[in-house]
Design a protein around this ligand. Structure first.
Ligand code: TYD
Length: 229
């Protein structure tokens, strides 16, 4: 597919959304067409499943059932949003993807082989070329989440934020282990440093991974240019 697919992963309060917004601006300044999306959600069907999952309404299904719902949401997101964007030649920046299922539902006790089966079915071959893991100690991440919900009055923690700190620390370690296992597509960035430094590190990672694709006009612009002579 002519587009590019970058996912962002990390624990709660890692600063993914800030960095995704900044990367979007950076790519657009180079003439790229960028789609920002997130999971669970990112398409009308998947957003419905998102609210069931994050409200805790789906908790009674148990971790295996929740994993299936995350996979169902992902399948719709891939079909309705991600794949069409990549086919158009856009850059897709996605806040969480299949690695979050491996970590969150894996930590909750779901067998990894089962999770990989669901993943294969859900992603239908659409896998990220680059995954940026923003790593922060659970304590720092959770205090950012607490501050954020105080300032925007968004109420208490959601289904997953409310877990014990030891759970958050285990997820952090699982993300780091996964990044080691699949090092060919991961960049791990220290999210406890100043946000501007994180932004610089993200841009460096993108330049390293996509090199010449970045310095040229976007595929779309290049095609338009060619056809107009
Ligand atoms: P969200 O409010 O988007 O959190 P964040 O800003 O931290 O990304 O909520 C997504 C929550 O769902 C988050 O706690 C992680 C969890 N999650 C899973 O458990 N499995 C998954 O496959 C995905 C995509 C998210």
């Amino acid at each position: 597919m002519p587009g590019h697919f970058i996912t962002f992963e990390g624990g709660e309060g890692a600063g993914k959304s800030t960095q995704i917004a900044r990367l979007k601006t950076y790519l657009e300044s180079m003439g790229k067409s960028v789609v920002v999306t997130r999971e669970p959600g990112g398409s009308p069907g998947a957003e419905k499943i998102r609210s069931m999952l994050l409200s805790g309404e789906a908790r009674d299904l148990g971790p295996r059932g929740e994993a299936m719902l995350f996979a169902a949401a992902r399948a719709d997101h891939v079909d309705s949003t991600i794949k069409p964007a990549l086919e158009r030649g856009d850059w897709v920046l996605c806040d969480r993807y299949a690695d979050s299922t491996r970590v969150y539902q894996g930590e909750a006790g779901v067998d990894i082989d089962y999770l990989k089966l669901l993943e294969t079915a859900a992603v239908a071959g659409v896998r990220p070329e680059l995954t940026i893991l923003i790593d922060v100690p659970a304590k720092i991440g959770l205090s950012r989440v607490a501050q954020r919900s105080q300032s925007d009055n968004s109420g208490g923690p959601d289904r997953f934020e409310g877990d014990a700190i030891a759970v958050h620390e285990r997820r952090r370690q699982m993300f780091l282990d996964l990044a080691k296992e699949e090092a060919y597509r991961f960049e791990v960035i220290d999210g406890s440093q100043d946000q501007d430094r994180v932004t610089t590190a993200v841009q460096e990672a993108v330049r390293e991974n996509f090199g010449s694709d970045l310095t040229h006009a976007s595929d779309k612009n290049a095609r338009t240019g060619e056809s107009s002579g």
